[in-house]
Design a protein around this ligand. Structure first.
Ligand code: DOR
Ligand code: ZN
Length: 354
């Protein structure tokens, strides 16, 4: 169902869910994102996590410095910082973050759900009502990793169960809270976000649009396809593609690019996360093209996110062309040794590099 379009120019996109890490890894990856995106919502799951506005300010400076040390002009990319919610985050810290001008969201990691989530929330509606009230009052969005951590719940069902156990009660208690359901992976998630009352949005990754869970086991265990929430079965991928390419402005781009070194991925207990910052827009264009919907890529990648966050759309543009892009086997070997998602494969779309 691919279309005949061979060149596509869209307003410069933003990445509404990104892991940049710190130190050498940050210096390795930041330019990959800044080459494509105008802004990115930067996840706070460092060690230690970014739990205060002051820590977010320090992290932001390190990102800007890393950008300056790369070949790109620092002005070309704006990091939008986030705080990591804990059971003890004071309401005042939320108000401070909201007034800081550099923090754009507060991330809920259910404790134990994923990488560096140990300091996350154990019971949202029991321990975080003060913080949630402050979020609702200030209009700062709550960014949700929507999976329960109950070991009795099957890993493929954790998102659907989270909707019943957490999202529905949360929405009832805080009807005006801005909520972003991050990295949506299921049909149930799509239906929830589409129909929810109150200001609700969702990010969708390129890998969940392109692959189903078979990719994890193609000819053997494929650790570079392992992320959380884990890839789901084909019916869910179809629902995500329908949502991303629908006319709903509730769905927007968030890569969840989550770099881990090759050793940490190719390991007896490999880390969760796909490195997609390198070729994010090529991946998304391939997904949209697969259903003949390149005409809707701009809304998803460049318009819906700013509208939800109340920010202006980027002024400049990005151009993609139908020309093969060979995904390298390894990138940044000196600083980080990363294996990009689908390494060694070819994508039909490339960015026209300026
Ligand atoms: O796959 C993932 N990797 N999912 C997350 O939620 C966290 C991320 C990471 O930080 O590595
Ligand atoms: Zn993430």
């Amino acid at each position: 169902m691919t279309s005949s379009i061979s060149t596509l120019t869209i307003k410069r996109p933003d990445d509404w869910h990104l892991h940049l890490r710190d130190g050498a890894m940050l210096r390795a990856v930041v330019a990959d994102t800044a080459r494509q995106f105008g802004r990115a919502i930067v996840m706070p799951n460092l060690t230690p996590p970014v739990t205060t506005t002051e820590a977010a300010q320090g992290y932001r400076s390190r990102i800007v410095q890393a950008l300056q040390d790369s070949s790109l002009p620092a002005s070309s990319f704006t990091p939008l910082m986030t705080l990591y919610l804990t059971d003890n985050t004071p309401a005042d810290e939320i108000r401070k973050a909201s007034g800081s001008g550099i923090v754009y969201g507060v991330k809920l990691y259910p404790a134990g759900a994923t990488t560096n989530s140990d300091a996350g929330v154990t019971n949202l509606l029991r321990y975080c009502t003060g913080a949630l009230e402050a979020l609702q009052d200030t209009g700062l969005p709550l960014l949700v990793h929507g999976e329960v951590t109950d070991p009795d719940v099957d890993i493929f069902d954790r998102e659907a169960v989270f909707i019943d156990r957490v999202m529905i009660p949360l929405r009832k208690a805080f009807p005006a809270l801005k909520v972003v359901f991050e990295h949506l992976t299921t049909r149930q998630g799509v239906e929830y976000v589409r129909d929810a009352e109150g200001p609700t949005g969702a990010t969708i990754t390129a890998h969940h649009l392109l692959y189903n869970r078979n990719a994890l086991f193609r000819g053997g265990v494929r650790p570079h396809w392992y992320c959380l929430p884990v890839l789901k079965r084909e019916t869910h991928r179809q629902a995500l593609l329908e949502a991303a390419t629908s006319l709903s402005n509730r769905f927007f781009l968030g890569t969840d690019s989550a770099p881990h070194s090759r050793n940490a991925k190719e390991n007896a207990c490999g880390c969760a996360g796909c490195y997609t910052a390198l070729h994010a827009m090529e991946l998304y264009a391939t997904a949209f093209d697969s259903v003949g919907r390149l005409d809707r890529l701009e809304a998803f990648a460049s318009l819906n996110g700013p509208a939800f966050y109340g920010l202006p759309v980027n002024q400049d543009t990005l151009t993609l062309q139908r020309q093969a892009f060979d995904i390298p086997e390894r990138v940044h070997p000196d600083q980080a040794d990363l294996v990009p998602l689908a390494a060694g494969e070819q994508l039909p779309w490339s960015i026209v590099r300026g």
